[in-house]
Design a protein around this ligand. Structure first.
Ligand code: B3K
Ligand code: ZN
Length: 897
């Protein structure tokens, strides 16, 4: 045997040593339940002692004879006793994932003492240190890195937690619930004891200790109770809390008014931490937030950041009912809380901002990112039936598609009935851990609707495609609309069943430009649907006949994006220009513009590929001209309409992605429009300039978006006046939205003479502020010029960069691989290599982030052969490493066929 063959063999691991999947079908109730949990933490950076006393009793539904098995990882066990009796060797077994006590009594008090090392915890799961502050992240399975426990969401207990720490270093000691006792201890230590009276699963446990300052406010609930609201931050961030506090109060009020849900403790706390894997976490009474999702100031945060903070604060607060009071039986049900809560936060943001723009933005995101996930190797149902690593399933499918499913239910039932279903769900299951069937069952019960077929939305992966076809019969005044549905095969699901799809439609008269009254020919005679109505597509193919259609119509289909599907209809360009002008549905008016632009872009992409001259479709220019010339009362929607589909979205529409052709075609359209409509863009810019003090309100945000969209067109041709406006806008330093927009346009242009000093000034001014420095990194690495990759490498050596900080990783690596498509997909493969180097490093440091950042490489099937080979080679290089379950699962799926 040659040496090479030996080393090849050494790389192949035995099958049973690889992480194994968990299956939904294997769900069993736990052997024991925990009625009460007492915890005592003695905090130290490298040797934190955790003393736990668990009040356990046999679960009434458990299989007889099951041993008591607790989860536990990376714990060093120092002591174990049952009812005060120290256990002897042989009475329990410990491995690297569990602690088993075969002969435990039916009722017991189990005491353990373990030691953990927060400082070594770079995975940011369990108890870790961020900037000298202790904090926790327990969802989904982080609590088992804190103490031995039945770490599963269907085990719910009340908690009493004592936190002990150094009085000087850790003046603030927080946990869930209400503080009930505090005091001084020897050796310069102090303690606080917290009690959480609401039974909760361990994933909602939280602890924070550090040098923090608070901003305090109050909220009076609908039943007149006073709730203290506290936002805890590092002292230099005290001036960045106002918007989050305002958002919190608005969320509390909205949930009372909209869902009848009241907060249930006397205290609600939010803490901002710098190192955090996700946006935020809904721990009971003690939400822990990524500082990026809570801190704002007009000088440091963009409008987008203000809106994100509002949305995330609302999301985490809404979890108090949809997630905490009523939780998930197991992690397969994750969308039960996440899909519903995203739907709730989207509705809240729509209510307090521009509703049509919120819908446009949510749908754009879904169609660009979730549809791509649904079409790739990691596609999974909204309720997966197996997983290796649950952290990999906090996905766009669970969250965004999950929210669309809840939205369809709302639309099918109507708001009032949906609200009754929601009330029933919260009342019936309060304090319980339940399933998606329990939720949908409430909706079926209050409405009398049969939702059996609808349940397939939860079990079938992939984005359904609808082919629509219409015929107008002049002689009989009839319009026949045929809808054919098909869901493409996804990994593990070759055959799909038809779904129950609500398709909201209108027929717009070509003469009148008005919505025609819809009279649907049904099995029980004619049905009047008014001016717009919902068709229930349940079969593979169905034809809907509308009668008394007085004039030839253009159909407006899937209004408001009534279902998360791809709908094709052979619209002519005139039809789309007509809908862009006349559709009464704001969403579809925007979508008509996007479809029209897409048709033109398709031609240009083909021209680029074939090396022929690019010719712009005059209808697109004219459509934009009308948008610019007819004053619109909705500036926010106009800004969306003037925004071309993103490169990522265009790529999603192509059978094979040609990044260079897409980039060239989109630039061509942008520059063509800029040249043709230069004066219009210039006046639009001027008309929306304002010196008013910054406010993150809908009107000002709309104005700034419009102004900055106009500027982006002018800068696409580096128009002299446009460049000057960008320079002035940057120098005025009025607010971060305008500064960042101007800086980005300058840095992405060829005007290094202005961009370089601006970038330098920006970097120096904000060197002390990590959230602004994140923007400084992103702006540079998203530049389309061919030096972008070198900049990434250069910036990775910047003293402010660290792979241990997830925000930095996202700002630098994530922005490059996700938003700089031409440079990431360089034909020399250097972009791919850079990403896999980072993944290999992060696999050791922070597997959760590693498994997320790798996503673009997993989509190799979408590209040409040369790129496919390069991407696969990198995936294989990663596979040869000693992988975390997180990265292992993703890489295996990506290379599965
Ligand atoms: N529930 C958290 C998810 C955190 C999971 C991290 N592995 C955030 C949210 O959806 O509100
Ligand atoms: Zn959530």
């Amino acid at each position: 045997m040659s040496d090479t063959r030996v080393s090849e063999q050494a790389e192949i691991k035995p099958v049973d040593a690889q992480p194994q999947p968990v299956y939904l079908k294997d769900y069993r109730p736990p052997a024991y339940r925990v009625t009460h949990t007492e915890l005592k933490f003695d905090l130290s950076a490298t040797d934190t002692q955790v003393h736990a006393a668990l009040h356990l009793e046999r679960h009434p539904d458990s299989e007889p004879g099951l041993p008591l098995t607790l989860h536990g990882e990376k714990l060093s066990l120092k002591h174990i006793a049952i009812d005060g009796q120290e256990l002897q060797e042989g009475e329990y077994q410990v491995d690297d994932a569990t602690l088993t006590i075969p002969e435990a009594p039916d009722r017991l008090r189990l005491e353990t003492v373990v030691v953990i090392d927060p400082q070594a915890n770079t995975a940011l799961e369990g108890l870790y240190l961020s900037n000298g502050m202790f904090c926790t992240q327990c969802e989904a399975e982080g609590f088992r890195r804190i103490t031995y426990y039945l770490d599963r969401p269907d085990v719910m207990a009340t908690f009493s937690t004592t936190v002990i720490g150094d009085r000087e270093q850790l003046p603030v000691l927080l946990s869930n619930g209400n503080p009930v006792e505090r005091g001084e201890l020897p050796n310069g230590k102090h303690f606080v004891t917290w009690e959480d009276p609401h039974p909760k699963p361990s994933y909602l446990f939280a602890l924070v200790a550090g040098q923090l300052e608070k901003v305090e406010d109050h909220f009076t609930t609908m039943s007149g109770r006073d709730v203290t609201l506290q936002l805890w931050v590092e002292s230099e961030n005290l001036d960045k809390t106002e918007h989050a506090m305002r958002s919190l109060k608005a969320s509390m009020k909205w949930d009372e008014e909209t869902y009848g849900r009241e907060y249930d403790l006397d205290l609600f706390m939010i803490v901002a931490v710098n190192d955090f894997n996700m946006g935020a976490m809904e721990n009971k009474g003690l939400n822990i937030f990524n500082s990026a999702a809570v801190l704002t100031h007009p000088q440091t945060a963009t409008d987008g950041a203000f809106q994100r903070v509002e949305g995330v604060v609302a999301h985490e607060y809404f979890h108090n009912w949809s997630g905490n009071r009523v939780t998930c039986r197991d992690w397969f049900q994750l969308s039960l809380k996440e899909g519903f809560t995203v739907f709730r936060d989207q509705s809240f943001s729509a209510d307090v901002n521009s509703a049509p723009v919120k819908r446009i933005q949510d749908v754009s995101f879904l169609r660009t990112a979730q549809f791509a996930e649904d079409a790739g190797p990691t596609a999974h149902p909204v309720r997966p039936d197996h997983y290796i690593e649950i952290s990999n399933f906090y996905t766009l499918t669970i969250y965004e598609k999950g929210s669309e499913i809840v939205r369809m239910l709302r639309n099918l039932l109507g708001w009032d009935t949906f609200r009754k279903g929601s009330d029933l769900y919260f009342e019936r299951f309060d304090g319980q851990a339940v399933t998606i069937e329990d939720f949908v069952g409430c909706m079926a019960e209050v409405s009398g609707l049969d939702l059996d077929q609808f349940m397939r939305w939860y079990s079938q992966a992939g984005t359904p495609e609808i082919d629509a076809h219409g015929e107008y019969d002049y002689a009989n005044g009839e319009y026949r609309l045929t809808l054919r549905q098909r869901t493409p095969a996804t990994p593990g699901q070759p055959d799909k069943q038809p779904l129950h799809i609500p398709v909201r439609v209108g027929l717009v008269g070509t003469k009148s430009g008005e919505d025609l009254t819809l009279t649907l020919e049904g099995p029980e005679g004619k049905e009047n649907l008014g001016k717009d109505g919902v068709l229930h597509l349940r079969e593979d193919e169905q034809t809907f006949v509308f009668t008394n259609v007085a004039e030839a119509p253009v159909p407006s289909l899937l209004r408001g994006f009534s279902a998360p599907v791809k709908l094709r209809f052979p619209y002519g360009r005139e039809d789309l220009a007509f809908l862009l002008q006349n559709d009464s549905d704001g969403f579809n008016r925007w979508d008509a513009g996007q479809r029209l632009a897409m048709l033109a872009l398709d031609d240009l992409i083909a021209a680029h590929r074939n090396g022929v001259e690019k010719v712009m479709d005059p209808r697109v220019t004219e459509a934009f001209r009308s948008l610019l010339n007819e004053p619109s009362d909705d500036k926010a929607v106009l800004a969306e309409m003037l925004t071309l589909p993103s490169e990522a979205y265009i790529a999603e529409q192509q059978p094979m992605v040609d990044v260079d052709a897409i980039h060239a075609a989109r630039n061509f359209v942008k520059q063509w429009l800029a040249v043709s409509l230069r004066d219009e863009f210039l006046s639009l810019y001027r008309a929306n300039q304002s010196d008013a003090p910054y406010a993150p309100d809908a009107e000002q945000i709309a104005q700034r978006s419009l102004k900055n969209v106009a500027l982006s067109y002018l800068m696409s041709i580096e128009d002299e006046e446009g460049v000057e406006l960008a320079r002035q806008q940057f120098e005025a330093q009025h607010n971060m939205t305008d500064v960042r927009a101007a800086l980005t346009l300058l840095v992405h242009s060829s005007r290094g003479d202005i961009a370089d000093p601006a970038l330098r000034a920006f970097g120096e001014k904000w060197a002390h502020d990590p959230l602004v420095m994140d923007q400084w990194f992103s702006v540079q690495v998203t530049r389309p010029q061919s030096d972008a990759l070198d900049r990434v490498k250069y910036l990775m050596d910047h003293p402010a960069f660290s792979l241990k900080n997830p925000n930095r990783v996202r700002a630098l690596i994530g922005a490059f691989v996700g938003q700089n498509r031409v440079n990431f997909h360089r034909l020399d493969g250097e972009g791919y290599k850079l990403l896999s180097d980072v993944v290999i490093e992060l696999n050791r440091l922070n597997p959760e982030i590693a498994a997320r950042i790798i996503t673009p490489l997993t989509r190799w099937q979408r590209f040409d052969e040369q790129r496919q080979a390069l991407m696969k080679a990198e995936l294989e290089r990663i596979r040869a490493e000693d992988l975390s379950p997180n990265v292992y699962e993703v890489v295996e799926k990506a290379l599965a066929n």
